[in-house]
Design a protein around this ligand. Sequence first.
Ligand SMILES: [Zn+2]
Length: 113
Amino acid sequence: MHELSIALSMIEQIEQETAKRGGKVEAVYVRVGVLSGVDTQALRFAYDLACEGSGLAGSRLEIEDIPLLVYCPQCSSTHEPRPQNIACPRCITPEQEILHGRELEVRAFEIVQ
Ligand SMILES: [Zn+2]
């Protein structure tokens, strides 16, 4: 499962951070773009599974869904298309610059001492 390896690498990254600072992780905040290819429900499930037995057991996963935002170089506008069709709604140019929607990152995490 794709999401499980993502959850495991997130947890590994956070464990390395907390090893330096100490404390217990309460919550992890991640950003998941609609084009990241990650199923957020599967990620939640995988996260709980991957947390068991790790230093992050019992922590909360907070997912922020990032919608698609693209820029049209033709008419210099931004719009929020559906991921299936990102062409500009004004000039129908298919080549759009993706500003947001590919994110898959740990934004922050909360530690209690
Ligand atoms: Zn356009």
